[in-house]
Design a protein around this ligand. Structure first.
Ligand code: DGL
Length: 285
């Protein structure tokens, strides 16, 4: 699909920088924003967390289909972004095709990075750590069938880890015992081949990468989709002739469909992720 500027005026003024609307159920998609901000300097991000419906991983498919389509149709109408990034594996593996059909702008989805993990594993065994919904999706089965037929794929679904990441970004400590228990299946005795790559198939999980690393009983490589998505965003802007000006002082927006997170720790985390000038708003729908 071609990308074109629909309305500079609605989007923040005739000279507003190339704008991407990044969407997730909660704060997980901020891990994707970190890659976008570092690889596409000058981009403007409007981040929307649908926390009124959080967590997506325990919602029914029919609820999610209509919720996501409704919320995003309204948001695209309101903000007229140049591009939409569905920074949520649980949503992308379900509604990406519907959204691409419905919305008149490029839609980039985040799906578990099974392909790069399967292509580079040395042992022939990879792990998939995602929401319970994502590990069971037909879309995920298809990814495994298409790209990882030669591998053992150990799937672990965890809603708890999503909550832990949400709490962590609000400044709460992470309980290492819980993380070790969640990871245990990847390292259990008796696996025919040792897992050497673990796909972080939920955008919340890269936010905990350091803690996951330190809780793993041996070295593995953690594979997420953040940089691949940021690359795709940059090249779509380029194709469309929308140039990014790194010297432009950009005001980003972080919006919540429910109550906003507004504490100091969250602001510190945002700065670490690369947001240096940001407005936070809650209860937008
Ligand atoms: N961050 C989302 C993902 O990538 C899911 C979180 C949730 O369960 O709401 O799947």
């Amino acid at each position: 699909m071609s990308l074109s500027r629909m309305s500079g005026a609605i989007n923040g003024g005739p000279q507003s920088p190339p704008t991407v609307l990044v969407f997730d159920s909660g704060v997980g998609g901020l891990s994707v924003c970190q890659s976008i901000l570092s690889m596409c300097p000058g981009v403007r991000i409007i981040y929307v967390a649908d926390n009124a419906s959080f967590p997506y991983g325990t919602r029914s498919e029919s609820y999610l289909r209509s919720r996501i389509v409704n919320v995003l149709s309204g948001l695209c109408e309101q903000h007229q972004p140049d591009m939409l990034v569905i920074a949520c594996n649980t949503a992308s593996t379900l509604v990406l095709a519907d959204l691409r059909q419905l919305l008149c702008l490029p839609v980039v989805g985040v799906v578990p990075a099974i392909k790069p993990a399967a292509e580079t594993t040395q042992t022939g065994a990879i792990g998939l750590l995602a929401t319970s919904a994502t590990v069971q999706r037909d879309y995920t089965d298809q990814l495994v069938a298409d790209f990882a037929g030669h591998c053992d794929v150990i799937r672990v679904g965890s809603s708890r880890l999503v909550e832990i990441a949400e709490h962590y970004l609000r400044g709460h400590p992470v309980n290492e015992g819980e993380l070790k228990a969640i990871l245990a299946d990847f390292f259990r005795e008796g696996l025919a081949r040792k897992v050497d790559k673990i796909v972080l198939g939920c955008t919340h999980f890269p936010l905990l990468k350091q803690q996951l690393e330190s809780c793993a009983p041996r070295h593995v490589e953690w594979v997420d989709s953040g940089n691949a998505i940021a690359n795709r965003v940059c090249s779509l802007f380029k194709e469309a002739g929308l140039s990014l000006d790194a010297s432009h002082k950009v005001l980003h927006r972080i919006r919540f469909t429910g109550e906003a997170i507004a504490n100091k720790q969250f602001h510190c985390q945002l700065a670490l992720l690369g947001f240096d000038n940001v407005k936070i708003e809650g209860v937008i729908i």
